[in-house]
Design a binder for this molecule. Sequence first.
Ligand SMILES: Cc1cc2nc3c(=O)[nH]c(=O)nc-3n(C[C@H](O)[C@H](O)[C@H](O)COP(=O)(O)OP(=O)(O)OC[C@H]3O[C@@H](n4cnc5c(N)ncnc54)[C@H](O)[C@@H]3O)c2cc1C
Length: 227
Amino acid sequence: MNSYYNKTRRSTVRRRAGRGRYDRATIDAILDEGLVGHLGLVSDGQPFVIPMLYARRPDGEVPVIYLHGSPLSRVLRTLASSVPACLTVTLVDGLVLARSAFHHSVNYRSVVALGQAAIVADPQEKLAALDTIVERMVPGRTADARGPSEQELAATEVVALEVREASAKVRTGPPVDASEDYPLEVWAGELPITTTYGDPLPDSRCSLPVPDYVSAYRRAHAAPDLA
Ligand SMILES: Cc1cc2nc3c(=O)[nH]c(=O)nc-3n(C[C@H](O)[C@H](O)[C@H](O)COP(=O)(O)OP(=O)(O)OC[C@H]3O[C@@H](n4cnc5c(N)ncnc54)[C@H](O)[C@@H]3O)c2cc1C
């Protein structure tokens, strides 16, 4: 597996370049922790940025991200016509409160991935891609839930976005104030943000015990490593 995404003129982080990351471990970890991505493309001359679930294919030399939806959906139809696309995933780790309004910031990990998509037509790959999407949402779920019927498969389009260029940008740490502002009597620091999950709420027509993979659910959190 390539250990780096292609760093190109289009995918090079310029502003605060030191926060740019191009290694697959960092980028894949952000993609795997995120749940919702924002898919950008141009349709009939109009840019659209549409929120969607996504899942990174866990193997393979070429990085691939699966997306799914109705074959009637504009975003899926446009994607399937091989237009250039951009998927952005953002994880917000904290608010950064500086002594001056100007230096306020957020700690974050984000990925911008550029590529082109194609319909996943092979039935085996389509089933595997849908399993990947479900497993990325809730690991363990595909061994439990009923798989898709022929009719459900026909009513679902799956596209594979082959990532040709990608960058991550990561900010961590305290505020960085102007040196003359440090003596100010203003509280400064970080307010961390963590995502937590509530207690499972069983469907009124379900009397089964809550599976361990639901009650113990949490998304892997990859602490940013800036070494
Ligand atoms: C968290 C989340 C996850 C989702 N996951 C998926 C997924 O995995 N697959 C999938 O197919 N869809 C998903 N959706 C729905 C998706 O955002 C689109 O609504 C859907 O794909 C239809 O897209 P379309 O291009 O056909 O839009 P149309 O139905 O053609 O929509 C027409 C117009 O409505 C507006 N619109 C469309 N969607 C939204 C929206 N979500 N919010 C506000 N305005 C909107 C836009 O202006 C759009 O151009 C998700 C939505 C959210 C919020």
